[in-house]
Ligand binder design. Sequence first.
Ligand code: SAH
Length: 469
Amino acid sequence: MKKNNQALPVVKNEYYHMTIDDLGIHGEGIGKINGYTLFVDGALPGEKVKVKVIKTKKNYGYGKLIEIVKPSEHRRDPVCPIAKRCGGCQIQHLSYKAQLAYKRKKIVDLLERIGGMKDVVVNETIGMDDPYYYRNKVQFPVGEAMDGGIDIGFYAMRSHQIVTTDTCYIQQPVNGTIIETIKAHMLTYGIPPYSEHRHQGLVRHIVTRISHHTNEIMVGIVINGHKLPHEEELVTSLQQIEQVSGIYVSMNKEKTNVIMGKTIRMLWGQETITDYIGAIAFRISPLSFYQVNPIQTEKLYNMVLAYADLTGEEVVWDAYCGIGTISLFLAKHCKKVLGVEIVPEAIQDAKENARLSGITNAEFHVGKAERVITEQFQDGVKADVIVVDPPRKGCDKELLDTIIAMEPKRVVYVSCDPGTMARDVRVLCDGGYAVREVQGVDMFPHTVHTETICLLKNSKSSDYLYIDN
Ligand code: SAH
């Protein structure tokens, strides 16, 4: 036993009874034994459980859930038989109502812990009526099975071990047929799956994206090479699946966790699928970002529109605009919208989408949001409202500084990581903004993730004074 463990109130490999008090940001149960914190995967707040201590550190340790002595009233049997092992859904064993409450609390806690903000108005999380089969995009890892066969499924929790499945309750059932078709092709022609460990083999991932409104499906095969053997035969097999409208390979020969390669090559069909958000049609290329939950996306964008509070006179920046979804959603409510995005293919899509919808007051720029908006500001371009929707790492400090210098009346911060949002919102608040309201939208039911929108107002702007809530 390690020296510093001797004084701990728990002993490794021993069994204990304990009560779970909280649910951590990764969905793990948290409780204390004689003041010592233990993290217990699979346990829920309010539960009395028996655990085996499996790892101890100075200030906290990990327990394995052995028995639930008294279950939580919010405990549910997961619909998915592999929910416990699969890393995709972390909280399927929690009632949906409690999931929504958990996500709200997560936002409140992070705003306080990271942003140092107390008493912020955080509304009830907007949930789904039917929180299953919602994802429009899936990325299945392909790997070597223990018996030498092919494993296709999802990564297990905190690992790259593949848990095989052909049914996933948060994705579209047709994916099962797509996986089976590609697997059969690999077996017929002896095409090896990729081994991360040896950086050998060919097929790394299968990526599908389905349009919620038109049902078109784009199928991508990510390979550690340039060509897939017998590509024509694979195309013929996949064409049997009625909705498939495009098939591509993505070349990714890097030793990396990034799934898609930088280039794609169409094997067959259309280069984009089309989906609708509200009345606006969006063409989506394989390399462009598109929100994964189409039903919740519309609710999210309606909240952005409400928070932007446009009169028709405003100039709006949409930073991190992807294929221009938020920009085009706002365009008819403002004088001009400017979008900026780092992926050139996404900006091509954005321009095409504006053209298709006959929107002429949207202008799109390729580049880093922090650079482009700063340079435009130096050239005298000022916005009345700025929407930011950054990736998980949040906004670059340069962008936050430019926003503070530009002094738009409102900033609408859309985030898929409330932790980095809290950090950035703190910077904006220190620069003269105040948080008016925060809203969680559940884009990812059964997972611990949440989308969050935060409305900030410039305390110097005149309309700040008229707000009485
Ligand atoms: N608002 C869009 C996309 C949000 S996802 C939507 O709702 O669909 C975040 C986007 O930011 C991605 O498209 C990503 O490519 C882009 N991105 C990442 N870093 C960036 C940066 N520094 N500047 C501009 N765009 C960036």
